[in-house]
Structure formats: structure tokens, C-alpha cells
Design a protein around this ligand. Sequence first.
Ligand code: C2O
Ligand code: CU
Ligand code: CU
Length: 551
Amino acid sequence: MGSRTRRDFLKLCATSTPALILASQNSVHASANNLSRTPALIDRFIDPLPFPKRLRPHSTHGGKAEYRVQMLESSKRFHSQLPPTRFWGFEGQYPGPTFDVVAGQPITVKWENRLPRRHLFAVDPHIHGAMPPIPTVRTVPHLHGSRTPSESDGLPEKWFAPGESARYFYPNEQQAATLWYHDHAVGITRLNVYAGLSGFFLLRDDRETRLNLPAGEYEIPLLLQDRTLDDRGQLVYCPAFEDGTIAPPGVWAPEFFGDLPIVNGAIYPFLAVEPRPYRLRVLNGSNSRFFNLYLNLAKSPTDIPALVSFHQIGTDGGFLPSPVSLTTLLLGPAERADLVVDFSAFNGKTLTLSNNAAAPYPGWNLMHHHAPLPELMQFRVTRPLSITGRAHSIPQSIALPGLDPGTAVTIRDFVLTEQMDAQGRSRGVRINAKGYDDPVTEQVTLGSSEKWRFINMTDDAHPMHLHLVQFRIVERQGFDATSRAGAVRLTGNPRPPQPNEAGWKDTAVVYPGEVLTILVKFEGYAGRYVFHCHMLEHEDNDMMRPYEIIA
Ligand code: C2O
Ligand code: CU
Ligand code: CU
């Protein structure tokens, strides 16, 4: 987006909300600083990549670590040429501090909402669960990808208001994985996460230690997000309708695409690395944006890309059965990839982490595209190889327990649709024509295996996520879109999952015009859980449903 169109675009955004008037008063200092620029004019790759801080336990009771995490409003510079930006963060940090915990060692976390009573963004009061008189500021943290009892899962309706808190228990009884935590409050998850409420939760185990992967300063978490800032450097939440029109302030629209990439809370950062292998834990924490990532040796984004291959060793819920060599990596919102990138052959070179995913994804409707984010950050192989740096290799193969599709007797179908108004604008998205508040229709027996089929009747891809479980992708297949829900006629041949999806997943993409079949074993706990699309705009209105596990 050029600076002129960008300005027009921002004018359409929520620049008249009270939060932003306040923000402009706050930034008087910053604009006196002659380093300050508008976001459209900042230099790329001048700031080092920040690392989230590691969270330390607050106390230990009976050998069980207890953490305390406060949600706070704070501000920091997202880029050295921009004034400080107000945000909401766990412990006042964005990204939130990283939990670094060991499988088999349960922890408790006291989550405290210490946010102000006024939201950073205008709230749409017509969205389910966000209607007055309930407080506009409310939060509930969810540990995404974890096997957690229902009471500690962070169900959307279990929100708490400023001044309130909740104590959650995380058993950590699952294999090593890149999990993450984020807000999940009903009707405003998109706004709370956009404000900054997300962070990593790294679960480790002995098997991982034995793999001898790059660790310490050679293990890099990367939280990828997109944001839009106004000319004073403050966050703007301005979602769009499918035709590209920006919604008025406080009105829900089906997608949000920011025009700036932000990695670990920094815009266009760089990381100086040694010529050696690194482990990258990549999380797409965007509201709506998919990333199709690649490492590019070319100097400018308009040059012919020179791709560098890398290995993916793990996915959402743990290690893959064997490393997969890739040159591009697709990540929908909430998906994670555990990568090993070997910079050994690139001494003195610069690799740009690049993206060519259409927005919305996959962008079959070529009429209405949003600003692409072709570049995210740079790796510069400029540091000398440290002598202490040990040689690391990628793991050869890791046994993955088989999951027999034959054991799944129950098959459930979920039809994804979008509801349009007379002007052809989205009024919301649904699962089987139901919203979150409709009574539970899915009751699953604890310990049983089922096939769930997501049938996508919309024009966009949706990253579908289930709480509590890690599942396996069985296949994807086309269907006859003229067939009625309930009698879906499959067409073409089923496609097995991509090699880098052939492991434990908690979020999986269903493409337009396709059926995604997953195999789920419902292990862990009885109780109420949810499943939903992880595009946060969709999750809020209203592509989310409860489900119940019966003992
Ligand atoms: Cu990432 Cu329902 O969650
Ligand atoms: Cu989740
Ligand atoms: Cu969706």
C-alpha cells in the first residue's frame, strides 16, 4: 500500500475512537522526537529481533510451581523510528513472557486482569457475548494445544473483568510441543489478541533433550503477526469486508489484515546469526492472515527469489515422525512449525524471511486483495561461529503412535457457511448454521475416536481448531458444492496430508470447496470444550461451537 492510499485507508479506520484520541495526547512527547516517522516511511531491518522474556515461577507449593501473570496496559516502541505504541500484554509484555516447562510437571497459574476499564478498540455490541451490560473489558486466557481440564481451559464465557483473577491448573501431561497462550473472551477475542495478549508456552521432555537440537541462544521463538498503526504509531483495528470496504468503528467485519509485519513485537526486525544450525519455533499469531513463508537470498523483494531449504521437525502438538525438507511453509492462524535452519553455508549472506500468501487466503477471488506482506524479517549470517557451538544434526526419525482410522465409528459433519446481507456483505460465519450460544449438539464419549469432517462452502480457507485434543489429518477432498448439507457428494481423489502435516495437529486448514477429515481420539478429561475457526474475526462471529465429553 503506498503512503497516500495508506492515509486514505487509515482515515476510514477508527481514528475517532476515544482510545485513539487519548493515544494522540500521549504521543506528544514522541512526536517532538525528530527520529519519529509515520509507519509508511520507516526503514526496514534496522532493529534487532527481540526475545520474549522467560517467565519464572512465583512460588513453589509441594513441589508444584505456581506462576502469577498479570494482564496490563503498557507501551513500547515497535520500531525505533516510531513513537511508543500502547498495547495490552501479559506481564505488560508483548509478546507475553514464555513459559518454559517440563512434561509431567504440573503447574498452576494465577491469571490477573489488571487492565483498564476502557477497551483499546471500539467493541461491536451486536456480537454474541459482547452485548451490554457486560463489561467491555474482560479476558480469559487459554493454553492453545494443551490437554487441560475444562475448568482451566479458558472457555470463552469464563471471562473475568479488571480487578478479577482466575487460578488455572495445567497438568502438562503430553509430549514436548510448541504451545501458546492467548486471550479467548467471548465476542472480543479478536480485539484482545490484537491488543497484544499472546505468548509462547514451550513444553519440553526427555526425548526432546536426547535429540540434542540447537538450544539456548540457538533456539529462536518467532511470533508472526500483522498490525496496522496510525500516523502517531498507535494500533488501529480496522477489519474489512470481502469487497475491501473498511468497517466503520465498532462494526464487526470478517477479516483483519494489517499492513506491517511484526515479529516478537518488533516491526521488520533482523537477527544476526552464526553460520550454524538454528531451531526456529514459528507461530502464526495473526488474526486472519495466512503466511506462506520462504527464506530468500535475493537482495530485494522484486528480484527473482533464491530459496533456501530448511527442515520442519515438529508441528502443533509435537515432533513429526521424520524431518521434512521444505522451501516454503504454509501457516494458517494458530498453526506452529518447529524448524531447523542451517545457516552454515551462508556466511556473510542475508536471508529474508518472506511471504507470498494471498490475503484473504487462498485468494481465489482476485478482485479483492489486501496489502501483501512480502517481507517479515532478516537473518544476517554475520556472527563468528562460536567455538563452544556444538555440531547439531536434525533427528532422523521419531516414532509416532499409529492411529487407526478403522477405530472411528462415529463420523460428524460440520458445514462451514458465510451469511450475506442484501448488499453482499458478510454478517457472520457459522458451523452447521449454528452459533456458539446454540445448545450443545456434539457429545463425545471420553476415550473414543471419531472422524470429524469440515465441509467448506465459503470462498476462504479456515484453520479449524479443537480444544483439549491433538488430532491427525486423514485427508482432504473436493465435493460437489451443489450438493446439500447432510448429503455431501465427494468428488475427485482424496489427498493425504502434506508430509509436514503428518503429525499431531490441533489446528488444520480446510480449503474452499473441500472437505477436511480429521481423526480425533478424545483423551484426557470429561467436560465442556469448544472448537472453532482460528481466524479470530470468524471465531468471534460466530464460527465456534461447544462440545461435550462424557465420561
Ligand atoms: Cu487458540 Cu480456542 O484457541
Ligand atoms: Cu485452543
Ligand atoms: Cu474461518
